[in-house]
Design a protein around this ligand. Structure first.
Ligand SMILES: [Zn+2]
Length: 409
């Protein structure tokens, strides 16, 4: 059987479009049913969910279809010829990557802008247009620096360790992931938003008390200025190897009382106590190592060699970069349902720990309700949405869990 590239691209395109359309229509039907079932659902939450699915669909289409068409375009060939004449190898690859990342950025920009207008309309943000543009420019610069640096290192490693590059690449990935986790709180997060230590003396005694109960050395509690960008409420735990901290979004002080905020901190301490950042880092390293190894084996197959352009040249060829990125994305997306199961389990662990520290489910429940209301969450989601997108259990599942933790046997 001979392989025809045009037929393949046509079939692939139709399959991707069909998947996206089916998921979108499925969600619309689900939302109709939910609204008709008598459950209280706000109009805003329905609009937010519909537009989120629409944006996700557009992003998936852009990321899965554009690379194939681009690789077969004249621009790609032209870039490659010129770059490899003018520069030494790793640099030529990096510049190719910068140009390609810029194209992807421009492709996604309208979706980002749609999301911005949507959030203004739903009062999820008061962000100024200037601030929106400032963040986009920052993202754009990141898309120049980070992919270019990664490409340089990857090309260098593959060239140097051509017999077993997957091993060297996996070790480099591990070092990169661990370092980013150490640097994130102090060097990366403050690039986008101001981060300050929590300056509320009245909170100190309660915070020390929960760290005592958790038998842990207290970590810093910080506040990040998110009110410029969103009205949503949230908090997160970041950092490893001495850089750990709990970061509260400044927006939560507008609607949560002190007891509720202490509950939120206790939840984040739960993530820390169970070592979730470490688990997630090792999980990411493991997944990537497996993908590198499979790619290494697949590239050696005779069949693959026939498929890659420029048969007489090595497979590491600039024009293959978009194809490798696409394959990496597809390989990573296979893990999404499992990633979400792991994440939902971690949230249950953190919720359980939260109630154990607070010794009451009243404040955790009222804090959760306020967070979910301000974030316009739906009371229930479709099964397909849960599998593909839900990193947290639904509000009703979490409330049920909170209530049951302290119940006498
Ligand atoms: Zn959590």
């Amino acid at each position: 059987m001979t392989f025809n590239l045009d037929t393949f691209i046509k079939k692939y395109t139709l399959t991707i479009i069909a998947i996206v359309v089916i998921i979108f229509l499925g969600e619309i039907i689900y939302l109709q049913k939910l609204v008709n079932s008598g459950v209280v659902v706000s109009k805003d939450a329905v609009e937010l969910h519909t537009s989120t699915i629409f944006m996700a669909g557009m992003t998936i289409l852009a990321f899965t279809l554009f690379p194939l068409y681009f690789v077969n375009s004249k621009i790609s060939t032209l870039w490659e010829k010129k770059l490899f004449n003018d520069y030494i190898e790793p640099v030529a690859y990096s510049i190719y990557m910068i140009r390609y990342a810029s194209l992807m950025f421009l492709l996604i920009l309208p979706v980002e802008f749609f999301g911005y207008i949507r959030d203004l309309y739903l009062h999820l943000t008061n962000q100024s247009l200037l601030r929106f543009l400032q963040i986009q420019i920052l993202n754009f610069l990141m898309m120049w620096i980070i992919p270019a640096a990664i490409t340089y290192v990857v090309v260098w490693i593959i060239r140097r360790h051509s017999k077993d590059w997957w091993k060297a690449l996996s070790i480099t990935t591990a070092v990169f992931i661990i370092f980013s986790n150490v640097l994130y709180p102090t060097a990366i997060e403050p690039l986008v938003s101001k981060v300050k230590p929590l300056d509320r003396p009245s909170y100190e005694a309660s915070i020390n008390e929960i760290f005592d109960k958790a038998k842990m050395k207290p970590v810093g509690i910080y506040v990040v200025e998110k009110s410029r960008d969103t009205n949503k409420l949230n908090a997160h735990m970041t950092g490893i190897l001495g850089a750990q901290r709990v970061v509260l979004w400044d927006t939560i002080f507008n609607s949560l009382n002190k007891e509720e905020i202490i509950s939120v901190i206790a939840h984040e301490i739960g993530h820390y106590k169970y070592g979730h950042i470490w688990i997630n880092s090792f999980w990411a390293i493991g997944k990537l190592t497996l993908i590198y190894y499979l790619a290494f084996r697949i590239i050696q197959l005779e069949k693959t060699k026939k498929l890659l352009p420029e048969k007489d040249k090595p497979w590491l060829y600039a024009r293959n970069i978009p194809i490798f990125l696409l394959c990496l994305q597809i390989a990573l997306s296979v893990f999404i349902p499992l990633d979400n199961i792991i994440s939902r389990n971690q949230e249950r662990q953190a919720d359980t720990y939260e109630v154990m520290l607070i010794e009451d489910s009243k404040w955790p429940i009222s804090a959760l309700n306020k967070v979910e209301m301000s974030n316009l969450s739906l009371p229930e989601y479709s099964n397909i949405y849960k599998v593909l997108f839900q990193t947290h259990p639904t509000t009703s599942e979490r409330v049920e869990l909170y209530k049951n933790i302290l119940k006498p046997e």
